[in-house]
Ligand binder design. Sequence first.
Ligand SMILES: *Cc1c(COP(=O)(O)O)cnc(C)c1O
Length: 402
Amino acid sequence: MSSGSSDPRKTYRRATNLVHGGTERTDWQETSEALILTSGYVYDSAEQAQARMAGEEPGYVYGRYNNPTVAMLEERLRLLEGAEACRAMASGMGAMNAILTAPIQQGDRVVGASALFGSCRWLIANQLPKYGVETEFVDGMDMEAWEKALSKPTKLVLVESPANPMLDAVDIKAVADLAHKAGAQLIVDNVFASPVLQSPFELGADWVFYSATKHMDGGGRVLGGMILGPKKDMEEIIDPFIRHSGPCISPFNAWVILKGLETLEIRVERQSETAARLADAMAEHSAVRALRYPGRKDHPHYEVHAKQMRSGGTLIALSLAGGKDAAFRFLNALSLVQISNNLGDVKSLACHPATTTHRALSPEERASMGLDESWVRFSVGLEDADDLMEDVLYALDEANKA
Ligand SMILES: *Cc1c(COP(=O)(O)O)cnc(C)c1O
């Protein structure tokens, strides 16, 4: 589609970018994005091989560097977020390792919110200090603590909002301002909200991170990770790191995620609507001691979520009045909802964080996050909302039968 300079069709809105963004066609003119499953490329001549390798002629050189299917995925997400650059990697953690490791050197300082996905926290707490990096964790909602932690020169700041597993908020804009004053770049883990419900770049983030394994695939099939950020840093700092360390994504997995993106908006919007209904019904049940849903006014960080997110999202945290036993009775009584530590899937999934995803933390660390053994994390899928309602209300009744 050619477009003149005054053509209003030059930029598209979110849903359109999710379906068409980044599409390139081979000579076969296929409708659906091609899966180019190849590790290498051939050249017309020795001269062309030389020019490609020297970066003097555009084109692909090796699967560890890039691939046309992967490039389509990267361009689709780049357009969606309005970012300068995007790179896809083999898993969320592969991508997180690249953005946390490539820019840092001995003597740098990295600050993270204390409520982070377990492996992200592990990289900051255990891996970065081995390189001589000073690291610190801050209660994400405590602005005085952020001010104090960011009164010293800092290289990177990592936050997650809503955060695992209690759906805590971080005021992204306020932390971005403090991070920039400290000379730091702010990375936002936007997995729980997805690009549909929260746009961290508009709030001042320098880098946005995704585990594409979650809502982007949405079908529980493949792993993938994405980072978006400034073009210059991506090309000068991130690209050499990923080219030489190898966290490249399989073109097959990239293709699955590319197709997943086509339906991301309608899935996340519907899942979020159903989650809001379920949260309201579960909060009224006598088996529930406390419930946290970013879209409910009784969430302790409601104001911050409400100014950053377009709706409450697909995840709910609930605490059972009868503690761990009741939480297990609830999980075991579910029939439609499956027990699994994954999230963002079209299938509704629930898990017990204290004994699964957050098992590695000490009871003290869990307590500092407000997490005890009474909590269940619930990821709401695409099933009929009434079927889900019947399943969870039945299981809550069972949880009450000590
Ligand atoms: C799953 C997840 C990750 C890690 O992604 P993987 O694809 O599992 O490597 C990071 N952050 C959050 C919030 C996640 O949910």
